[in-house]
Design a protein around this ligand. Sequence first.
Ligand SMILES: Nc1ncnc2c1ncn2[C@@H]1O[C@H](COP(=O)(O)OP(=O)(O)OP(=O)(O)O)[C@@H](O)[C@H]1O
Length: 719
Amino acid sequence: MATIATMLSSSLPGQPFCSFSNHAPSFSFKSITVTRPRPRTRTRTSFTWLNPQPRGVLVEETPPSSPSSASSRDGSIKVLALPENRSDDIQAEARALARAANASVYSPQLVASKYGSQPIKVVGRALQVLTAVGLFGLKLLVDQKSGVLDQNKRIRAIELRDTFTRLGPTFVKLGQGLSTRPDICPPEYLEELSELQDGLPTFPDEQAFECIERELGLSIDSIFSSISPRAVAAASLGQVYKGQLKYSGKLVAVKVQRPDIEEAIGLDFYLIRGLGFLINKYVNFITSDVVALVDEFARRVFQELNYVQEGQNARRFKKLYADKENIFVPDVFWDYTSVKVLTMEWVDGVKLSEQEAIERQGLKVLDLVNAGIQCSLRQLLEYGYFHADPHPGNLLATPEGKLAFLDFGMMSETPEEARYAIIGHVVHLVNRDYEAMARDYYDLDFLSRDVDVSPIVPALRNFFDDALNYTVSELNFKTLVDGLGNVLYQYPFNVPAYYALILRSLTVLEGLALYADPNFKVLAASYPYFAKRLLTDPNPYLRDALIELLFKDGKFRWNRLENLLTQGRKDRDFSAKEALQPVLKVLLSADGEDLRNLVIKEAARVSEAFTLGTMSETNRYIPHFVRTLVFNGNANGPFMMSETELQNMIELRDQVLRIWGLLQSSHDFDPAIFLPILQVLEQQPEARRLGGRVVSGITQRLAARFLQQILRVPSTASE
Ligand SMILES: Nc1ncnc2c1ncn2[C@@H]1O[C@H](COP(=O)(O)OP(=O)(O)OP(=O)(O)O)[C@@H](O)[C@H]1O
């Protein structure tokens, strides 16, 4: 069976599977410098701005060296608490939170009561949506009748993407959401919908500037020494301006929400929810609870409309993941942030999808993708707090070669048990343990425990046996995800949102990597992380998965351990000191009896391999006539081993030596870490018995061999 090492190290000529487009309008950041009278002293009373500059031009001014004040729209001066230290920052954040106190949250009841009383509005929008969606549905029906449903999947997927773009922000968001749901959409739809980004028109800049002033209670001129006259980027929910803060001179990105978007989204969700209700009732082949999905999704989109929340997400994300030197997360300026305005540090970077521009700067796309994969794995499987919208537009390469994350509106969390279950699932996949994989779906919350998983096992086997054989041709993450998607699509699964988002994160990164290197394998890049977690994490679920992996069918699998160590060592956080500790602890615990028995057997096998293997090898170098003399006429020596048996022993001995070498060459390996275990071995009666049994095991085997030799009974290789 191919090990994951061979599987992952083989080269895969894959194809880029999707293209990423950036529809955001681009504007150059031209500036006009204006000279203004500067106040001599910056006191509350003596400092007032002159007339505000006309909009539509970029005004720029040298930033004051120690600013602490700004004028409000009415001309009065407000003193801003600047985040010079942590306590100022906390206060500024508290003020932003207070500004967001009335932010709307999604409530199906509120939406129903609001739009239930506006029938004209509802009917108007319903007609618009129904015409677009109905036309699409009609085409599907015709396809079905003419037997070309499968054949036309790609065309229809593109049409659905365009329909969503035309219908506006809610549907763009819905399409983005659907693009992560393999349990709802076939693969062609997942691909096309995942390209739904930023393809929306801008709204008038005048309205955006008014919104900033209204939300922050300050005039534009008092906040910015310059601001781009036009939006530099437009996305589904807002548009972004580039500005320079007056008080610090810092360059910032100012995201301003689309006017009346809450109203539009609320109405759309009211309608979509109604549709979901009908689907639940009349469409049998959709097994998920569509109304619950719509509600969950609407809640998320409404959360995205609260930019103070987004700022907090960004801070949390920065704290957790920007400790690594290759990840950058922009900071938030709380004094200029409210529900509808978000001011963040400007990230000077190139989108990860613009690979030529990145290479021109002397950066390597694959290094950035690797940084993204490592960061995603930590997000998904370590802290469980992750960026749920990592499309290429939200990932920038900075000139220093860092990977910058943007857009923290949609974050998600992986429940703790699921984090471990996912790692276990990968291990089961690597071992082709399809029964265990099928059972994992309970832990992963895909299936309720009363569902019988036995019919799923053959489907998994069918797909993965094939997929895992694509070692040299096509195995990539997307192949696996699509395959899994196909299996899930056929059975009554309910894929939790976090899981779909995880797959999407990694698929997006793999898609980006494949542009740069068609042989790139996200699995190969991420397996060291899985191996490290498995070898070192004391969590009982992972510990059991490791034991299961190493001791299969009563035998210790040294090749698995060697492979895990080889892979795990590639992870930058690998610690040889911690490797195997979880298993060693179980060995001497009260419920480690089975493991102890296995270890005793294995210890005897290894000791025998060392002693007999080495002796037998040495024996070969003794001249034939000496051997005949010494061993009383039997030139084969005292071992009576077949050539295969001898070869197996030498292989085992060499493998154990290689594993020891791997541990020894790890930077923090200290053989003394085994000392406490030896002490326990000596002190505990159980452990002493264990030691005794190991010794007696070897003695017995040696004795048996000796007897066999005397009596000339052929030994069995399997012993
Ligand atoms: N801090 C920043 N520095 C530089 N550019 C930025 C920054 N923040 C946002 N942008 C630009 O604005 C675009 C849109 O921003 P963002 O993704 O945050 O908006 P959104 O409305 O949440 O979009 P989405 O439709 O992806 O949810 C980004 O793709 C990027 O081009």
